[in-house]
Design a protein around this ligand. Structure first.
Ligand code: NAD
Length: 523
């Protein structure tokens, strides 16, 4: 295979690739030159300089794989690549150790006041008493988000003799145990940890999830680090907590606004700030090059690369038949994933009607899984790697079929099971994706945008009280559907909303009499 290295990558990746491929390195190639020569290549490696636009990809008649040495793929038109049957891979794990090490650096800098001591010495001072530190030994680390990076931080903190506890509502207990950490709830982590470190994606659920209330819960000696994404910590609340000594100190690599301009955090001595460099090491760049080179080598050997971000099209007829249901499957998966309580253990998918007669429905099942896992992961999974991720997370998938269905050509029912809940959504495609039943109750909603579900007792006034609460906070209802098992029994309400429902409203609705559950969803 002829492979073009279009952006500068570490030499080690190029060396490995040269053993099996005809490698051309042209890291200054212009878009015009690329458009004229792309048909010659079976593989291409880029970083962020080279833009693989639709126009260029359409000319790539022999290209089998596009490899991004790094994480972000904004410079690659993935849809165009998928359409053309070209695989796109990246290297999300290349920065995990690097970010974990930076987190350790920030933890140590806070514990031993290294950065302010450094500043003081350079100012000609000798303030030994001012910089009394604390040891990490025997302290408790609290990790929020035990994914690729969180787990690496735990390993390193253990070497310092620390105990570790973690909050990650999407990780099975057994997997956490293998990682050497005890899972617990967020409150327990906040109350007990001496050092808190955040490694979650920025989602509506995690945005400002560390704010005044959480700082109040922490020990007044606690230190907190954020090397994940700006916006997870509420910076105004952090400032107040630091000024009022509600916590011992903080360290940030990421900010609500980057670069931060005139931030009041700059005035404080008990915070360490770095300019979003947690992932910047030579080794991370080297590893990105080696990882993507290995992906191309696997493909040349006839094996499957592991970090595939798209899926080449299946045969045209099947694709035409199944494509209307792909969006529905992803939406059903996402709906049950966000609507269930507790960690998902099982996903059951039942295809009924005409769909049940199609031999291979794997692409639909993969879309369901994609919908299930994406709400809680930092780099989106796709139809190709969704199953692997579900397996890692201890989620078992079963697929069943039912021939007959009344009233609709085809129905898809997705049932999620956790330790303490079962939640299902059944839908069809009628011009667009529709959810027809939630937990067995008939509703009829288009799963799109901001949504809200409430489970409540079917007594007079329940619906009104919920509507009033939403009104009080200026949240306008688009569509309301209610279903119940019997008069006066349990009922469910599914709403589409004009804007995202703020967390305090959900909390207040949960506290209403006769309401069992209230959940905001983003589809
Ligand atoms: P990952 O997807 O491997 O892990 C994220 C973990 O967070 C998962 O285990 C998930 O179950 C958990 N999670 C999701 N929602 C949660 C919630 N509400 N509460 C608790 N846990 C939750 O991601 P990763 O590769 O470990 O990356 C972690 C973070 O670091 C991401 O935000 C990523 O963007 C960021 N990152 C920052 C830099 C940098 O330069 N500072 C570099 C790389 C990654």
């Amino acid at each position: 295979m002829k492979v073009l290295i279009a952006d500068a990558i570490n030499e080690k990746g190029i060396e490995n690739l040269k053993e099996v491929a005809d490698v051309v390195v042209d890291t200054e190639i212009t878009p015009e030159e690329l458009a004229n020569t792309i048909h010659e290549y079976g593989g291409i490696i880029v970083r962020s300089r080279t833009k693989l636009t639709k126009d260029i990809i359409e000319k790539a008649d022999n290209l089998k794989i596009i490899a991004r040495a790094g994480v972000g793929v904004d410079n690659i038109d993935i849809d165009a690549a998928t359409e053309k049957g070209i695989m796109v891979v990246n290297s999300p794990e290349s920065t995990s150790v690097t970010v974990a090490e930076h987190t350790m650096g920030l933890i140590l800098s806070m514990a031993r006041k290294i950065s302010i001591a450094d500043k003081s010495v350079k100012e000609g001072k000798w303030e030994k008493k001012k910089f009394m530190g604390v040891e990490l030994r025997d302290k408790t680390l609290g990790v929020i988000g035990m994914g690729r990076i969180g787990s690496q931080v735990v390993n390193r903190c253990k070497a310092f003799g620390m105990d570790a506890m973690a909050y990650d509502p999407y990780l099975p207990e057994e997997v956490a145990k293998q990682m050497g950490v005890e899972l617990t709830d967020l409150d327990t982590v906040l109350k007990n940890a001496d050092f808190i470190t955040i490694h979650v994606p920025l989602t509506p659920e995690t945005e400002h999830s560390i704010s005044t209330e959480q700082f109040e819960t922490m020990k007044d000696t606690a230190y907190i680090v954020n090397c994940a994404r700006g916006g997870i910590i509420d910076e105004d609340a952090l400032y107040d907590a630091l000024v009022n000594n509600k916590i011992g100190g903080a360290a940030l690599d990421v900010y609500e606004e980057e670069p931060p301009v005139d931030s009041k955090l700059f005035e404080l001595d008990n915070i360490v700030l770095t300019p979003h460099i947690a992932a910047s090491t030579k080794e991370a760049q080297r590893d990105a090059a080696i990882i993507v080179a290995d992906e191309i080598i696997e493909l040349i050997k006839g094996n499957n690369p592991k970090n595939v971000l798209n899926m080449p099209r299946i045969d045209n007829n099947t694709y035409q038949e199944l494509s209307p249901y792909m969006d529905l499957c992803e939406k059903l998966g996402s709906f049950v994933s966000q609507g269930i309580n507790g960690k998902i253990r099982e996903i059951g998918i039942i295809y009924s009607g005409e769909l049940a007669e199609i031999d291979n429905l794997e692409i639909l099942t993969r879309n369901v899984i994609k919908g299930v896992v994406n709400p809680f992961l930092s780099s989106p999974v796709n139809e190709v790697n969704a199953s692997i991720v579900a397996k890692e997370r201890g989620i078992s998938i079963t697929e069943g079929r039912k021939d007959n269905v009344t009233g609709y050509d085809s129905l898809i029912n997705v049932i999620a099971v956790s330790d303490d809940d079962t939640f299902s959504a059944e839908g069809t495609h009628l011009h667009e994706s529709r959810i027809l039943k939630v937990n067995g109750y008939w509703v009829d909603v288009i799963p799109k945008g901001h949504m809200f579900i409430a489970k409540y007792e079917d007594v007079p006034g329940s619906i009104g009280k919920i509507g009033t609460k939403l009104g009080e906070y200026g949240v306008n209802i688009g569509i309301m559907q209610v279903g119940r098992d019997e008069k006066g029994g349990r009922a469910i309400m599914v709403l589409t909303l004009d804007k995202e429902i703020p967390a305090p409203v959900i909390k207040e609705i949960r506290e209403l009499n006769n309401v069992y559950e209230a959940i905001g969803l983003n589809l």
